[in-house]
Write a protein that binds this ligand. Sequence first.
Ligand SMILES: [Zn+2]
Length: 250
Amino acid sequence: MKTTHGESLDCQSLGRRDFLGATLGTCIVTPFSKLLSVQLAANRSGSLTKEQRDSMTPSQIIDELKKGNERFRAGKMTSRDYLAEKRASASGQYPAAVVLGCLDSRVPAEIVFDTGIGDMFVGRVAGNVVNDDMLGSMEFACGVSGAKVVLVLGHTSCGAVKGAIDDVVLGNLTGLLARIKPATSATKFDGEKSSKNGAYVDAVARTNVMLGISEIRRRSPILDDLEKKGTIKITGAMYDLSTGNVEFVG
Ligand SMILES: [Zn+2]
């Protein structure tokens, strides 16, 4: 409800979920300058709506992901009603982002960004490598479904990166690791270049993220055009297994 002095008093938000996040626990008085973001963040139905998603810019969505990671690190994650989110999203989904993450069990994107059902697409493969199927999935996410952020999410102490450094040969894994290998030669590093050197492993993982972003732009004219038009943003990040911090790098 609106007041007369450029403010909005919202007492109906008790217990409802922010976009990608926190529950509004109190009545709030919001200047109009901040009202837009609050409206975008608010979610009465328990799942992100098309209107909410479409009214956000790619940069605003990235900011929401950063806030979600802050909540995760602070141990102040959203109290979720997954059944309500399931009901709200059953008839349609309007995710704001698509994440290409690693298979690693310690890097669940929805948790480290504190997002709910229907908030974002997540594709996971060891070493967060770009391949044709992932590209097709990302083109669906952005070109068809309307997601506005493509995020390549690498992480520290990545076993796939270690495997690529060590030239591991094992069944179908061999071909997967070959997709990471270019990151080893492209990484400038002073020091021991081995899988036992955590700093080197993380440097290669970071390079792998940056090369992944380049690969997406180069191999997907659909996503490249969407980004050039400003419709989407393609970026990258590194997740720290120890601190829980997500650092955006691209
Ligand atoms: Zn990994």
